[in-house]
Design a protein. Structure first.
Length: 329
């Protein structure tokens, strides 16, 4: 679902560390304006020097409190400015909310539900588990984390799901076997998932291999990591002939917009494909961090989603206007 533009201010009401590197931030917001149902996300305007960046975060909420917005932010060592700023907030601080949407709204028509979360992907899955539990239908959740110390909202989820919460900690060598999991689902089971790109791709691949209904696998991504380390690089825009630098702590989209180049964009999460640009040439590998491009498109290395994907150092030349943005069929 396309994010709706907004002009709303949220005021920090509560801050609490819910895991070793995850901080919950709760905002007071005007009642009834935001869509805060399970699966929703909001976009904040985050200051960086004399510029404004936009950063999207999934909501922890399940829609029951329309005047409270809760998010969870993971402290990232290679923060592009978003998590660092969000972790600096204190109660009473205000932040502008510029968009709100839901790419993964709940559905209630399945015979049973599975919720799968990996790492910080537990954020939207917390509200989703509460929402689905209210249907009265079977709901189980698998939550994968590196260790108990790095797992957020476990007590809240245990209260909702009881023994139907299955914690998988790398530290205990309890790794998820996706084919084994899919042996336990039926054609009428709906799976909601959010997690690291590797987990998501493995799940989608196994789902397709079992020929389960495509519409029954529903997911959200937070494409904040890739195959390569995050490095600075340079990009030349063919239409203008201008070359700009993209630092480690900014996205290609942010750099293009800041330099005055008009690039289409919407989700800023690597999901919608609207910010796709044509790569004319590149001196290094493209690190595709989106979930929009097909494996074939990625293999061609002739385009990328500017909101999350980047070059592994070096230089590339792009066209921003000679490509079909988003889905065409």
């Amino acid at each position: 679902m396309k994010a709706d533009s907004l002009d709303v201010t949220g005021q920090v009401a509560e801050i609490r560390d819910v895991a070793s590197s995850i901080r919950m931030i709760r905002f007071d917001v005007p009642s009834g304006i935001l869509n805060l149902e399970a699966g929703a996300h909001v976009t904040f305007d985050v200051p960086k020097g004399d510029r404004i960046m936009t950063r999207s975060y999934s909501v922890v909420d399940d829609g029951r409190h329309p005047d409270k917005l809760t998010i969870a932010v993971k402290s990232e060592e290679q923060s592009k400015g978003g998590s660092r700023y969000m972790w600096s907030l204190e109660p009473g601080d205000s932040l502008h909310i510029s968009a709100n949407g839901n790419a993964m709204p709940p559905t209630y028509l399945a015979s049973d539900f599975v919720v799968l979360a990996g790492g910080i992907g537990v954020t939207p899955m917390t509200g989703m588990a509460r929402t689905l539990k209210r249907t009265g239908k079977p709901v189980r959740m698998i939550y994968c984390a590196r260790s108990a110390e790095e797992a957020a909202f476990v007590s809240e989820l245990r209260e909702v799901l009881g023994d139907n919460l299955d914690m998988r900690y790398d530290s205990d060598k309890r790794f998820l076997d996706i084919p084994e999991l899919l042996e336990t689902v039926s054609m009428d089971t709906v799976v909601f998932m959010c997690g690291p790109q590797g987990l998501m791709e493995a799940m989608k691949s196994a789902w397709a291999e079992r020929e389960l209904p495509v519409q029954n696998l529903r997911y959200e991504t937070f494409a904040n990591s890739g195959i390569h380390p995050t490095r600075p690089f340079q990009v030349t825009v063919a239409e203008t002939g201008r070359t700009i630098g993209v630092s480690e702590d900014e996205t290609l989209l942010d750099a293009l917009l800041a330099s005055g180049h008009d690039v289409l964009s919407d989700c800023r999460r690597g999901e919608c494909g609207l910010c796709k640009v044509h790569v004319v040439e590149a001196t290094a590998d493209i690190d595709h961090r989106d979930v929009f491009l097909s494996p074939m498109e990625r293999a061609r290395n002739d385009c990328l989603c500017a909101c999350v994907s980047r070059l592994n150092g070096g230089h590339m030349t792009v066209n921003i206007d000679d490509i079909l943005h988003g889905r065409t069929g």
